[in-house]
Design a protein around this ligand. Structure first.
Ligand SMILES: Cc1cc2nc3c(=O)[nH]c(=O)nc-3n(C[C@H](O)[C@H](O)[C@H](O)COP(=O)(O)O)c2cc1C
Length: 346
């Protein structure tokens, strides 16, 4: 019997646990169509950035105001203003078309710059028909006058305000850079998040040594990056309970990677880099790899697999992590190193 791939995420019953995370492919209709054909369980659109919408609105207003100080009779000589779409109009247009192309839930992603922006655009995205909302909390805490509690409270207040403003299922995409991540994750759920997406990938800018300019460098992920979400999902699943949705993102490149994410307790495994490298059809191949793995290991369903390896059995996660740390350091094989053995570690 073919294993059953269905899973639940943010209250949706998904046909598969592989979700296309926010990225360029989900921002194109052809990408959405091909991801749907490949069997994506859900599709997360690229983030709507408040600054982009605001900048375009300002430019649009300037364009409309040009000539407003001319004589009224002169206005009729102006050519009719074509319909000018803002970034927001284009976003909701894409959302509507994407929804026409797939039965899978289409999740809008939002990255606002102001408290009011988070609420306003969350409401507008709900009105526009998004099935769920993912808050992309991408920020770098670089202000030395702000302590960790202040930074965290601002993020929690933001989640609360969006929760109050919309009835949409709400996921929050988090960075790992909270000093007490397990505490913050639980607080995010208390603030109203139905699910957590771990982890947002932080892009490190580079320096051009000729021009001394800061240059953006976007490198796609590698499978090794999955280990960070794996560790945290394994810890969070028993702490947060089964009702909270957990999505693994960063480093899911194969069906076996997806199996690992599900084993430690993720409800879905999200992927972008693998699809950008190999095309949307890669998702279908990943699903087949996952099916083959489930079959070979005697699992009848994703539901049976989910969370079967987590920290549930570790009474003290901190002690478990410490023991693992020592084990990892000792696992270094000095004989295999090119520069020979060094000091004993651990
Ligand atoms: C080119 C590109 C664009 C992305 N755009 C967004 C975005 O708009 N919003 C967001 O939350 N994540 C965005 N991401 C992050 C992905 O959704 C994903 O979380 C990250 O790439 C890690 O997953 P991966 O290892 O499968 O690539 C983007 C990633 C890439 C490579």
């Amino acid at each position: 019997m073919t294993p059953n791939l269905r899973t639940s995420y943010l209250g949706f019953d998904l046909r598969s646990p592989l979700v296309a995370s926010a990225g360029p492919l989900t921002g194109e209709l052809d990408g959405v169509r091909r991801l749907d054909e490949a069997g994506a369980g859900a599709i997360v659109l690229p983030s709507l950035f408040e600054e982009e919408v605001v900048e375009e609105e300002i430019q649009l207003n300037r364009a409309l105001e040009q000539g407003a100080d001319q004589f009224a009779e002169a206005l009729e000589y102006f050519p009719a203003i074509p319909r000018l779409d803002t970034a927001f109009d284009r976003y909701i247009d894409h959302l509507a078309r994407a929804k026409d192309l797939t039965e899978a839930p289409v999740i809008a992603s939002l990255n606002a710059a102001t408290g009011g922006g988070w609420v306003r655009y969350a409401e507008l995205l709900e009105d526009a028909g998004a099935d769920a909302l993912e808050l992309n909390l991408y920020r770098v805490a670089g202000d030395p006058t702000e302590d960790a509690a202040t930074v965290e409270e601002r993020d929690l207040a933001l989640i609360r305000s969006v929760r109050d403003a919309t009835t949409l299922p709400l996921a929050v995409k988090l960075s790992p850079y909270y000093s007490s991540f397990a505490h913050f994750a639980a607080a995010a759920v208390d603030a109203g998040a139905d699910g957590l997406v771990v982890f947002n990938r932080f892009y490190q800018p580079d320096l051009d040594l000729e021009t001394l300019d800061v240059v953006p460098r976007l490198e796609l992920s590698s499978p090794g990056e999955l280990r960070l979400p794996l560790r945290w999902i394994a810890m969070l699943r028993p702490q947060l309970g089964a009702a909270v949705s957990l999505a693994a993102t960063s480093g899911v490149h194969s069906g076996r990677d997806a199996a690992k994410a599900l084993l430690v307790g993720a409800d879905v495994a999200m992927t972008t880099s693998a699809l950008l490298r190999q095309g949307p059809g890669r998702l279908d191949a990943m699903l087949r790899e996952l099916l083959a793995w489930l079959d070979a290991h005697g699992y009848e369903s994703v539901a049976q697999l989910r969370g079967s390896v987590s920290h549930r059995n570790a009474e003290d996660p901190a002690a478990f992590e410490r023991a693992n740390y020592r084990r990892v350091l000792r696992s270094w094989n000095a004989g295999a190193a090119a520069d020979g053995p060094g000091l004993p570690v651990g």
